[in-house]
Each structure stands twice: as C-alpha cells, then as structure tokens.
Design a protein around this ligand. Structure first.
Ligand SMILES: [Zn+2]
Length: 69
C-alpha cells in the first residue's frame, strides 16, 4: 500500500509540476506579448489581438493607418 501510494504521489507531483510550468509559461508569454495599450492613441489593445499578433504595438485602427502610410 505504502509503495503504491508513493508511486502515485510521485506521478501526481510530476503532473502538477508540469501543469504549474505550463501555467507559468502561458502567464509569461501573455504578459510578454506586445503592448497593453496602443502606442499611438493609448487605447487598450484587445487581448485576442495581442495573442494573434504578439508584436502588435497599436490598436487595429492605428495599425491600419500606420501600414497605409
Ligand atoms: Zn490606437
């Protein structure tokens, strides 16, 4: 019983560690993705947009303006 429990705990610990690492990675990548606010107009940039375009520094409208110029 003791031995079985230990094996189970070990694998559970491992899975928990993996999960924690994944969460930490997601958090790090989320917070490191681009700017939270448009560098042109200062409006908050949509999270979905930041996820899709990690280097986006402008909101959609300003980016279009910027690219058109
Ligand atoms: Zn903008």
């Amino acid at each position: 019983m003791q031995g079985n429990n230990r094996t189970l705990e070990a694998s559970e610990l491992f899975e928990e560690e993996q999960r924690d690492r994944r969460i930490a990675m997601v958090r790090a990548s989320l917070s490191g993705r681009g700017e939270e606010h448009c560098c042109d107009c200062g409006d908050p940039i949509d999270v979905a947009r930041r996820m899709a375009m990690p280097n986006a520094r402008r909101c959609f409208d300003c980016q279009e303006d910027h690219e058109r110029r």
